[in-house]
Design a protein around this ligand. Structure first.
Ligand code: F0G
Length: 353
């Protein structure tokens, strides 16, 4: 069967009516890949849900297709969001396809290069503020209450509806829910959406429920420390958020599932990013790798049982943030003359090494 996108495939699970436009960029249906090398290192059975394969390179497309379709259905002409980058890229793409205007409000200088390029190419109106994501979100929330413009941040309930489909797919791909679902936490929408998805699918198909393990960045660990971070900071700009909008829903997901939420340092995140690329051939953006970093941490301290079946959500594509990758690896290409022998000598030497 040819994949026709989330709104068609999961129609009966979503608020799709006969008036909902058939919007799609063929989002969803992303691979769940077994990671044999990391599994062995950690003593667990590890899989990665590779959301960077989505049309704009992140899981946001699942929620955005639903939110933008509903905005169009309701007659809205424009959508607005605050973003650390991925939401804005996705909103811009789906608005372009649906023929709506997209306005995005972003923290100046804190958006990874690829994400900014996406928003520009898809034709969004881009507003930068000298403030962080939380401040941008506050502004657009207020604005959308008084202006005829639809807010498509994850406080829009249609976003979580679309995003819950990832949990359905994980259950289908494994034949049941994993023991543990590991996921990065920023604004806390996605952990809430996955939990909703697991619960709904279990009710319909008895697929079981995982423990939800969420991971925040140490410099933006509001839920872990139970306080707002007024100046959140982390190399993982996607999750540089100090006052998560879905805070309560994340606590609910954690507690109902018997899960945990912890924080990981920038060093742990970057180490996990490289490990994932070098051991499993998957290049995920830093924010995504909070899930892998957290698993390494929790396997080491013994809070994850050996042999557990674990799915880690890799939320965004590594190509979105090439600068952070280049800065940490610091590998300079070897420069040689345009000469067959010189290249041969070098390569043969390396093959032996
Ligand atoms: N991973 C990536 C790559 C993200 O872009 C985000 C959030 C998260 C994880 C965290 O998900 O907010 O649902 O807990 N990015 C948002 C944005 C905030 O604006 O793109 P969350």
């Amino acid at each position: 069967m040819i994949w026709q996108g989330l709104l068609k495939h999961y129609k009966s699970y979503l608020p799709v009516t006969e008036n909902t436009p058939e919007l799609t960029l063929h989002e969803g249906n992303t691979p769940l890949i077994h990671f044999p090398n990391l599994s062995e290192e950690l003593g667990i059975e590890l899989y990665g849900k590779v959301e960077g394969i989505n049309p704009t390179g992140s899981f946001k497309d699942r929620g955005m297709v639903m939110a933008v379709a509903k905005a169009a259905e309701e007659g809205s002409k424009s959508v607005i969001c605050a973003s650390t980058g991925n939401t804005s890229a996705s909103a811009a793409a789906y608005a372009a396809k649906a023929g709506l205007k997209a306005i995005i409000v972003i923290p100046k200088g804190k958006i990874a290069l690829g994400k900014l390029a996406q928003a520009m190419m898809y034709g969004a109106e881009i507003v930068e503020i000298d403030g962080n994501f939380d401040e941008a979100l506050k502004i657009v929330r207020k604005l959308s209450e008084t202006s005829p413009i639809t807010l498509v941040n994850s406080v829009n309930p249609y976003r979580l509806e679309g995003q819950k489909t990832a949990a359905f797919e994980v259950c289908e791909q494994l034949g049941q829910a994993p023991d543990i679902l590991a996921i990065p936490v920023g604004n806390a929408g996605n952990i809430s959406a996955y939990w909703k998805g697991f619960v709904e699918y279990h009710e319909k198909k008895q697929t079981g429920l995982p423990k939800m393990f969420g991971f925040e960045a140490e410099g933006a660990a509001a839920i872990v420390e139970d306080r707002v971070f007024t100046e959140p900071e982390t190399v993982a700009t996607a999750i540089r958020i100090g006052n998560p909008a879905s805070w309560e829903l994340a606590l609910k997901a954690r507690d109902e599932s018997g899960g945990q939420i912890h924080s990981v340092s920038d060093e742990e995140i970057l180490h996990a990013q490289q490990l994932l690329a070098r051991k499993e051939g998957i290049f995920a953006e830093p924010g995504s790798c909070a899930s892998i970093a957290g698993l390494i941490q929790q396997c080491k301290n013994g809070s994850i049982e050996k042999g557990s079946k674990v799915a880690a959500v890799l939320t965004g594509n590594g190509l979105k943030d090439p600068q952070t990758a280049i800065d940490q690896v610091k590998v300079d290409p070897v420069s040689l003359p345009n000469d067959e022998q010189a290249v041969r000598d070098y390569v043969e030497d390396r093959v032996k090494a």
